[in-house]
Ligand binder design. Structure first.
Ligand SMILES: Nc1ncnc2c1ncn2[C@@H]1O[C@H](COP(=O)(O)OP(=O)(O)OP(=O)(O)O)[C@@H](O)[C@H]1O
Ligand SMILES: Nc1ncnc2c1ncn2[C@@H]1O[C@H](COP(=O)(O)OP(=O)(O)OP(=O)(O)O)[C@@H](O)[C@H]1O
Ligand SMILES: [Mg+2]
Ligand SMILES: [Mg+2]
Lengths: 165, 165, 165, 165
């Protein structure tokens, strides 16, 4: 039991460092056992140090920095559990443009290993989609969905974020 | 294994049968406030077996049944069908495509089905677990919930990891 | 004591209806005493009905609808207490474009009676500012602020939201 | 009565003396994630007398003192000065401009001043209350906290209104 946890923990901790590095270039994220000599009972701490800053308490991170750190943890767990698909509802709401690009870069890394469903109001996230689903509500209070595959869109060439991807 | 589609009928703001089709890569759902995007997310949690009305933003499960608008009467039943592509055989049943459905009537009576055959939640949950889809909360980050990922105490975080290992 | 509370409550309830009407044109918001015959002890309920929808539990509102309802309540309290200034940190994060315009219209209504400080990542909010304060962090980990009065900006004429204001 | 400026010196990420100037109308603070926008919001809460490290996103008040970067050493003291325009005489002291300042040293020693004269928090709080500025939480909605406004139970909402009446 200790080994099952320790192996899994090691995988998540390694993936967390990698995902964090994608989201915070030049920064460093680590998971840490509060009691390393007690793998059976130890708690797990998260350390997040954005680029150019000192390591401080998690609470002192900004809203956007906290979102990114949480996303690094989420994706580290997904990879370690080989989850087949995952749904994220407006997790990019607090991200500025630069961090949004980094988040989309991380989702691109995972594209072949996990199917993602993102709800978003952010334009760049829409532009990164393989499939875009538009939801509307009719005046009769009933929801509808229209789907669009960006392969079919005329304006792909004018979207710089797609040009790169 | 990936999601092919989710079909909502009478689930929250989706009065009419609405099929939402996905692709294996990055799917992005967009639309104005209040149109039904988070409702789609909740329909996936629900069909995967969520027992908690709180995950449906309510204290009563019956609130997931379309409750009417000025031009459409309330319905008596909500049904969601999730269709999964199983060509990689990750789900331990011998079908290339697997449809999981859940219905709820206003009486409180509910029903599950697997490829059209009446089924129990326990059996469906077992099949999903084999493919790395735990109970719904392991495949969804709900709106506003990403920050909570970081608020866990070290001991709580450890149990989350233990459960996942 | 009962009268002090009742008068204040009446003021807030009336302001709430008006603010709600600005944020949800065609909708209706109300505050309600849970025990109207017990003004000394009664709890206070909030009812929010967006345009074209039926009245449902607060929890069933969408993220953007909840933000707007909360803002109607905040501004109703500000008016009733004649608060001189107020600070709102990223309260527009969940709002789509149409609702953002409505929120900014509400802040415009309050412009002569209360000084507002908004933190925002939304472009329209920036365009509505009387004074824009840009915060940056130097590579030495130190924050700086630059302020800009849109009166001094060259591009006022090309901002339709300012042309109206 | 309105805020003319807040000056931060050694407060969180503001190592150097930084004056943030406001206008009576709509002030909007913008900038990338992690640059210090919410820190400015917290400096206002802090100088108005907040006693709770939780409002500063920490469990220790000393965390508001600039703790260093790779090119700047940690400082020994944080100071915030809030300058208010009192030409309408709403603050019951005979000055057209009122400067409230708060300092905290690493020793834990703290000091308040009113227009340069050492003062006690209680006296400052009394003066502010007369102008409709209660304890800080009544003039600030912190990042991520707008939704919580709606989560209160009816009885809690009543007490919030009673306090404000
Ligand atoms: N049982 C029901 N019957 C009919 N409509 C419902 C029902 N339950 C919820 N709704 C409606 O669904 C709407 C909320 O939908 P949802 O939360 O999916 O919006 P959203 O697209 O995620 O918006 P946002 O961008 O603001 O998050 C509400 O306006 C609510 O009135
Ligand atoms: N005592 C301190 N000394 C130095 N830097 C600090 C201190 N406390 C917090 N910080 C830094 O302040 C930054 C957070 O600032 P803040 O929360 O104001 O960002 P923000 O501009 O609101 O960003 P966002 O748009 O993501 O909300 C963190 O990166 C943190 O490292
Ligand atoms: Mg939503
Ligand atoms: Mg912030």
């Amino acid at each position: 039991i200790v080994e099952v946890f320790s192996d899994f923990y090691r995988q998540v901790a390694d993936s967390f460092e990698q995902c964090f590095a994608t989201l915070f270039p030049g920064g460093q994220g680590r998971m840490r056992l509060t009691e390393p000599d007690d793998p059976l009972g130890s708690g797990v701490e998260i350390e997040a140090r954005p680029a150019g800053k000192h390591l401080r308490k998690l609470g002192l991170l900004s809203g956007g920095e906290r979102s990114l750190t949480a996303l690094a943890l989420v994706f580290a767990m997904l990879r370690s559990q080989s989850t087949p698909f995952f749904v994220l509802d407006e997790v990019d709401a607090a991200l500025d443009d630069v961090n949004l690009i980094r988040f989309l870069r991380l989702t691109e890394e995972f594209r072949s290993e996990i199917q993602l469903l993102l709800i978003s109001h952010q334009k760049r996230t829409m532009e990164a989609a393989d499939c875009l689903l538009g939801v509307s509500m009719s005046s009769s209070g009933n929801s509808r969905v229209i789907s669009e595959r960006p392969g079919e869109r005329v304006d792909v060439a004018s979207n710089p974020s797609r040009a790169a991807g | 294994m990936f999601l092919k589609s989710v079909t909502l009928k009478g689930f929250k703001s989706f009065a009419e049968t609405t099929a939402v089709d996905f692709v294996p890569g990055l799917n992005v759902v967009v639309g104005p406030n209040g149109t039904g995007k988070s409702n789609i997310v909740e329909s996936i949690a629900w069909v995967l077996g969520s027992q908690s009305p709180t995950s449906m933003r309510s204290n009563q499960m019956a609130d997931v049944i379309f409750s009417g608008s000025h031009s459409k009467p309330a319905l008596g039943r909500a049904e969601v069908v999730l269709t999964l592509c199983n060509e990689d055989g990750r789900l331990p049943i011998d079908f290339p495509e697997v449809a999981i459905s859940r219905s709820l009537f206003r009486s409180g009576e509910s029903a599950y089905a697997l490829n059209g055959a009446p089924s129990r939640l326990g059996d469906i949950a077992e099949i999903l677990a084999a493919a790395g889809v735990g109970r719904h909360r392991h495949v969804i980050v709900s709106q506003g919930r990403i920050d909570a990922m970081l608020s866990a105490k070290p001991a709580e975080r450890r149990s989350i990891l233990e459960e996942a290992a």
